[in-house]
Design a protein around this ligand. Structure first.
Ligand SMILES: *Cc1c(COP(=O)(O)O)cnc(C)c1O
Length: 355
């Protein structure tokens, strides 16, 4: 029998992140982390960190970090909102901006956290079908709504939408807030940050978890007009005032200053990605054109779930979504060249065994 308090408890189906296997000899291509370590400046910042300062609360304004980011993106400090990972930033955006009776619009295949936040905050949403090539059809977003959320490049397919098409969506939807989640924009796409001065309904979200190799520090940020920043800050400060801890601030400042390392890291990943796509094509895989640090690939002759299981037996972790429309695809994070060579060798063996 249920306990008396059972009915009073909020029940929700949470987002399930990719597995973090607790073994050392795995090739981890399942959560889109960066395969390279963070900038060496990060190590230095931690070594030089005055631990006595941990006694104090962190800087509330985070101005030093905001100033570096403002300089990087050619925006003002007042256009930046920081959070504990971009997941937190986007969740706060949902809570702050989506309070309409109209549903918000999200693609049917996209980051699977969006519908979880809708459930969490009781936000109505409508899933808009991608076309058969997994492309976002901009026309479908030109209608009344309570908000729009688009990941560009989109996850888990990796496809990028041209900025001019995205701008049409932003421009049409001046009555609602449009969030562009650019977690993967550094791997080849053009950012919508250049549009935040032009559109006061636009919010662009970035993260340190992918291209900056700092998933462990949990830092994300939104960039938008000052008015929206004010509303976001008010909601955040009604929940937790010190979201970005002192160590995270110090590490992120050191990382953001080292632009050269950032450039070389993302270029390496782009180069490896193109090589892997070519190798896979020789083995009969069809890969969606990716502008991300992962690829979405299918082999019409072999079940994706079979490849997933076989790779796992060899300690190679990729991501498989058992969902309609995408259950014959694998999402594979781009690792180092050595890791990807081992991945390709393993695939060759699996294919030989299968036939
Ligand atoms: C990884 C990812 C995030 C979350 O990143 P964190 O900053 O680590 O919370 C947000 N959106 C998309 C599409 C992602 O893939």
């Amino acid at each position: 029998m249920n306990k008396p308090w059972f009915d009073k408890i909020r029940k929700i189906k949470p987002y399930v992140p990719g597995e973090q296997p607790n073994k050392s000899n795995v090739i981890k291509l399942n959560t889109n982390e960066c395969p390279y370590p963070p900038s060496p400046m990060v190590k230095k910042a931690l070594r030089d960190y005055d631990t006595d300062k941990l006694r104090l609360y962190p800087s509330f304004e985070c101005n030093e970090l905001k100033d570096i980011l403002a300089e990087t993106y050619n925006v003002c400090r007042n256009n930046i909102f920081l959070g504990n990972g971009s997941d937190e930033v986007i969740a706060l955006c949902f809570q702050t901006f989506f309070n309409s009776d109209m549903p918000i619009l999200i693609p049917d295949i996209t980051y699977s956290f969006y519908d979880v936040w809708c459930d969490l905050y009781n936000i109505k949403y409508e899933q808009i079908l991608l076309d058969d090539s997994f492309k976002i059809k901009k026309e479908d977003y030109l209608k009344k709504n309570g908000g729009v959320v688009i990941a560009n490049p989109n996850a888990p397919v990796g496809k990028y939408m041209e900025l001019c098409e995205l701008e049409e969506i932003i421009n049409y939807n001046k009555d609602s807030i449009v969030i562009i989640d650019e977690a993967y924009i550094d791997f080849g796409g053009k950012s919508a940050i250049s549009l935040i001065d032009k559109y006061d309904n636009l919010v662009v979200v970035h993260t340190f978890s992918k291209s900056r190799a700092l998933a462990g520090i949990r830092l994300g940020y939104a960039m938008c007009g000052e008015d929206l920043i004010g509303y976001l800050e008010a909601v955040k400060n009604s929940f937790n005032s010190y979201t970005v801890n002192s160590l995270t601030q110090a590490v992120a400042i050191a990382c953001a200053k080292d632009r050269e390392y950032f450039e070389s890291c993302r270029q390496k990943i782009i180069k490896t990605r193109e090589r892997v796509v070519y190798e896979l094509s020789k083995m009969g895989f069809e890969t969606i054109q990716s502008m991300s640090n992962f690829i979405f690939t299918t082999n019409p002759k072999i079940k994706a779930s079979f490849i997933f299981d076989e790779l796992k037996k060899q300690n190679i972790f990729v991501r498989y979504f058992n969902k309609p429309r995408i259950n014959e695809y694998l999402r594979v994070t781009i690792g180092t060249d050595d890791e990807m060579d081992l991945f390709i060798e393993a695939l060759k063996k699996i294919i030989n065994y299968y036939f």
